[in-house]
Design a protein around this ligand. Structure first.
Ligand code: FAD
Length: 467
C-alpha cells in the first residue's frame, strides 16, 4: 500500500458529496484524505449518472427538435447515428469533469487513496489498494459511499440484455424494443434517449402515474407527449417474471387488464437505488446502519458516533447530487469546528425528460394531505409567447401558496427548461417570499421565467394580459 496514512478528515467516497466535503475541509485548513475505489473521481453523478445522461439527453433533444421543425418549414434528413462517436463524446464530457476534480484535489493537497475502504475501528479505515492494504487513520471521518441500483430476485441480471442505468449509459447498441422497468426519473430519462435513437420503448410503472413524486397535473403533459411516441406506458402494472430466451427477454406483467407476456430485446431495470451503508463495515466503527442500508444522521450530518459524519445517498432520500453537495459542505464545516446545520427548507427535484418536470417544496397533493389551506396559481404555457416560439405549448407553471399568509410553499413546473425555472421558486421559498414578491418582480420578456411571475399573478387575480 501507500504506507500508513493519517488524515485529520478522511472522506470515504468521491461522489458529489464526498469531493465537496473533502475540498471544503481542505479549504478550511484540514489535512484531508479522500478514499475512492474507482479510478475516476466524481462518483455516480459524474461517471454514470447526472452528467453522461445529460449529454445523451442533449443529443436526444437535438434529434427530436430537428424532426419537429419539419412541420414548421425546416426539413432535415433523417439523422445518422454514429454510436461510437456519440459514446466517445459523452466520455469526453465525463473525463473533462473527473480529470478536473483530480486537479482540484491536487491544488488543495487532498491525498487521494485509490482502493476499496472498510472500517476496522472507530478511527481507522483499511483500504484494499492495487498493491496491498493501506491503513488510513483519522480524527474525523465523513462517509459518502453513495448508492447503487436495486436488483430484483426474479430478473436474470447476469444476462447482458438486462441492463441498469450504467449499462444503458454505455450505449452498446440501440435495441429494437426496449422495456423500461420503472417510471421514475432515471427510467424516463433513459427512455427519452433510446426513443430518440430509434428504440420502441415500453414503460412499466407499479404506481398509478409515472414520476409518482410529482403532482398528476404536472406530469400529464409529459405523459401525453411520450404516449404518442412510445409503444406503451403501462401504469398500475408490475413485472412478475423475466425469462431469458434465445429470441429475447420474455416478460410477464400484471396490470389492470390481467396478466400478459411480451418479448423485448433489452430490459432496463430502473426501480430505485439502494444505499451502500452495509458495504463499508460501519458497524466496526460503532456507526449504526439500518436494515435498508441507510446511515442515520442529525442536522449536522453526525452519525451516532460524534466524530463520524455521513452525507449524500447513503443517508437517505432524496438521492440527488445537489442534496449530497449541500450536506457535504455542512459536514466539512462542522468537522472544521464551524457552527453549521442542514437547515435548507426545500430540495428541488427535476426529471430532464422532454418536457422537463420539476417540483420543489410541497406538492399540491401533499399540502392538501397536511391540511394546509392551499392557494394555487397555475399558468398554462399555451399563453406564453416564448413557449409558443419554441414550438411548444404543453407546459404549466403551478405555484402553491399558503392561504394564511400568501407565502409560496411549493411549485410544479412542466415544460422545456422547467429544471432551470424551478430554482427561482426554491429561492423564493427559502426567503419566505409571497405572491406579491413573485408577482411584482419584473421578469425579462419574452422568457419562460415569466411563467413564474404570471402564475403568481394568477393567484393574486391581478393578471391582465396573456402573452
Ligand atoms: P455517489 O455519487 O454514489 O458516490 C459514492 C462514491 O463512493 C463512488 O465513487 C463509489 O465508488 C465510492 N465508494 C463507495 N463505497 C466505497 C468504498 N467502500 N471504498 C471506496 N470507495 C467507495 N442526481 C441529480 O441531482 N441530478 C441528476 O440529473 C441525476 N441524474 C442521475 C442519473 C442516473 C442515471 C443516476 C444513476 C443517478 C442520477 N442522479 C442525479 C443521482 C446522483 O447521481 C446521486 O444522488 C449522487 O451521485 C450521490 O452522490 P454521493 O456523493 O452520495 O455518492
Amino acid at each position: 500500500g501507500q504506507g500508513d496514512i493519517h488524515g485529520e478528515v478522511v472522506v470515504l467516497g468521491s461522489g458529489p458529496g464526498g469531493y465537496t466535503a473533502a475540498f471544503r475541509a481542505a479549504d478550511l485548513g484540514k489535512k484531508v484524505v479522500l478514499i475512492e475505489k474507482d479510478s475516476n473521481l466524481g462518483g455516480v453523478c459524474l461517471n454514470v449518472g447526472c452528467i453522461p445522461s445529460k449529454a445523451l439527453l442533449h443529443a436526444a433533444k437535438v434529434i427530436s427538435e430537428a424532426d419537429e421543425m419539419g412541420e414548421h418549414g425546416i426539413k432535415f434528413a433523417k439523422p445518422k447515428v454514429d454510436l461510437k462517436k456519440l459514446r466517445s463524446w459523452k466520455e469526453s464530457v465525463v473525463n473533462q469533469l473527473t480529470g478536473g476534480l483530480s486537479g482540484l484535489a491536487k491544488v488543495r493537497k487532498v491525498q487521494v487513496v485509490n482502493g476499496y475502504g472498510r472500517f476496522s475501528g472507530p478511527n481507522m479505515i483499511e483500504v484494499q489498494t492495487d498493491d496491498g492494504l493501506t491503513k488510513v487513520s483519522f480524527d474525523q471521518c465523513i462517509i459518502a459511499a453513495g448508492s447503487e441500483p436495486v436488483t430484483l430476485p426474479f430478473i436474470p441480471h447476469d444476462d447482458p440484455r438486462v441492463i441498469d442505468s450504467t449499462g444503458a449509459l454505455e450505449l452498446e447498441d440501440v435495441p429494437k424494443r426496449l422495456l423500461v422497468l420503472g417510471g421514475g426519473i432515471i427510467g424516463l430519462e433513459m427512455a427519452t434517449v433510446y426513443d430518440a435513437l430509434g428504440s420502441k420503448v415500453t414503460i412499466v410503472e407499479f404506481m398509478d402515474q409515472i414520476i409518482p413524486g410529482a403532482d398528476k397535473d404536472i406530469v400529464k403533459p409529459l405523459h401525453k407527449r411520450i404516449e404518442g411516441r412510445y409503444e406503451a406506458i403501462l401504469t398500475k402494472t408490475k413485472v412478475t417474471a423475466v425469462e431469458a430466451q434465445k429470441k429475447g427477454l420474455k416478460v410477464t406483467m400484471e396490470g389492470p387488464d390481467g396478466e400478459k407476456t411480451d418479448t423485448f430485446d433489452k430490459v432496463l431495470v430502473a426501480v430505485g437505488r439502494k444505499p451502500n451503508g452495509h458495504m463499508v463495515d460501519a458497524e466496526k466503527a460503532g456507526v449504526a446502519v439500518d436494515e435498508r442500508g441507510f446511515i442515520n444522521v442529525d442536522n449536522q450530518q453526525r452519525t451516532g458516533v460524534p466524530h463520524i459524519f455521513a452525507i449524500g445517498d447513503v443517508v437517505g432520500q432524496p438521492m440527488l447530487a445537489h442534496k449530497a453537495v449541500h450536506e457535504g459542505k455542512v459536514a466539512a464545516e462542522v468537522a472544521a469546528g464551524e457552527k453549521r446545520f442542514f437547515d435548507a427548507r426545500v430540495i428541488p427535484s427535476v426529471a430532464y425528460t422532454d418536457p422537463e418536470v420539476a417540483w420543489v417544496g410541497v406538492t399540491e397533493t401533499e399540502a392538501k394531505a397536511q391540511g394546509i389551506k392551499v392557494g394555487k396559481g397555475s399558468f398554462p404555457w399555451a399563453a406564453s409567447g416564448r413557449s409558443l416560439s419554441l414550438g411548444r405549448s404543453e407546459g404549466i407553471t403551478k405555484l402553491i401558496f399558503d392561504e394564511e399568509d400568501d407565502r409560496v410553499i411549493g411549485a410544479g413546473i412542466v415544460g422545456p427548461n422547467a429544471g432551470d425555472l424551478i430554482a427561482e421558486v426554491a429561492l423564493a421559498i427559502e426567503m419566505g417570499a409571497d405572491a406579491v414578491d413573485l408577482g411584482h418582480t419584473i421578469h425579462p420578456h419574452p422568457t419562460l421565467s415569466e411563467t413564474v411571475n404570471f402564475a403568481a399573478e394568477m393567484f393574486e387575480g391581478t393578471i391582465t394580459d396573456l402573452i
